[in-house]
Design a protein around this ligand. Structure first.
Ligand code: PAF
Length: 263
């Protein structure tokens, strides 16, 4: 497995692959890999000649009071997992922004609800770094997890609006054995907090099961249930057809989740 840390070298290599007619798939990550990330690799492995995984904790998508500095960075373990999962190249730049970086990509509609008001500037940071990664890695296809449903929406809209020649693949959200959506941030949870966090998928699952009720009522019921839980702070429960999306805080950890509401 190739490991590239220099952005210019990454771009040169990608252009070389393209010149040889290779199909490049990009799996963008911030590292701290878990089974969810490995499923993203599986999703594109068979259809691509070169699978590139980027590992970069992107500072522009973190707010000043967020967890940028404490975000887990288990680099050696990540590299081993990527190698074992069949990644051809890890792109792990030390820095992607110059000191006087002053250009950003902003999606102005789909980024507004759900996480938008709670994480000002977050989706601008995501859209900017994703476009930079596309320019450096030159993929024909890139895969993102449905766990970050709003991120997928924003990236798909950016690609459409700016005519970016990359096919976006959404990979299904994966859960642990107790139903918690897999996330690198789950590692922050103490055993007690983990038990509290399970209330989020349980409330969403109950909303899925209440098939006879309208999405509006199911949203309200999920909101009410979560509001009643001690040690859990609800940020939002929103129905974005066909998904019921929610974010909560458990201690210092922010968790998001979503389920598809069947009729
Ligand atoms: O989903 C993530 O891990 C990040 O938001 C991404 C897409 C790698 C951009 O930094």
């Amino acid at each position: 497995m190739q490991i590239i840390t220099s952005p210019s070298e990454m771009q040169r290599e990608a252009i070389r692959w393209r010149g040889k007619g290779k199909k490049i798939a990009l799996v963008p990550t911030m590292g701290a890999l878990h089974v969810g990330h490995l499923s993203l690799i599986k999703r594109v492995r068979a259809s691509a000649d070169v699978v590139v995984m980027s590992i970069y904790v992107n500072p522009t998508q973190f707010g000043p009071k967020e967890d940028f500095s404490r975000y887990p960075r288990p680099r050696a373990r990540d590299l081993q997992l990527a190698r074992d999962a069949g990644v051809d190249c890890v792109f792990a730049p030390r820095e992607l922004y110059r000191e006087d970086h002053s250009t950003f990509v902003e999606e102005t509609e789909l980024s507004q609800g759900r996480c938008g008001p709670f994480r000002p500037g977050h989706f601008r940071g995501v859209a900017t770094v994703v476009l930079k990664l596309f320019n450096l890695v030159q993929p024909q296809v890139a895969v993102f997890g449905q766990k970050d449903a709003q991120q997928c929406d924003v990236i798909e809209r950016m690609v459409r609006d700016l005519n970016v020649p990359v096919k976006i693949v959404r990979a299904p959200l994966l859960r642990d054995k107790n139903g918690l959506a897999l996330s690198s941030r789950n590692a922050y949870l103490s055993p007690e907090e983990y038990q509290v966090a399970l209330e989020l998928p349980k409330a969403l699952k109950r909303a899925v099961d209440r098939k006879k009720l309208s999405p509006k009522v199911r949203r309200q019921l999920a909101w009410n249930e979560l509001q009643e839980k001690k040690d859990l702070k609800v940020e939002y429960v929103e129905f974005c057809p066909p998904f019921l999306c929610a974010a909560v805080r458990v201690g210092k950890t922010r968790l998001i989740d979503n389920v598809r509401l069947g009729q």
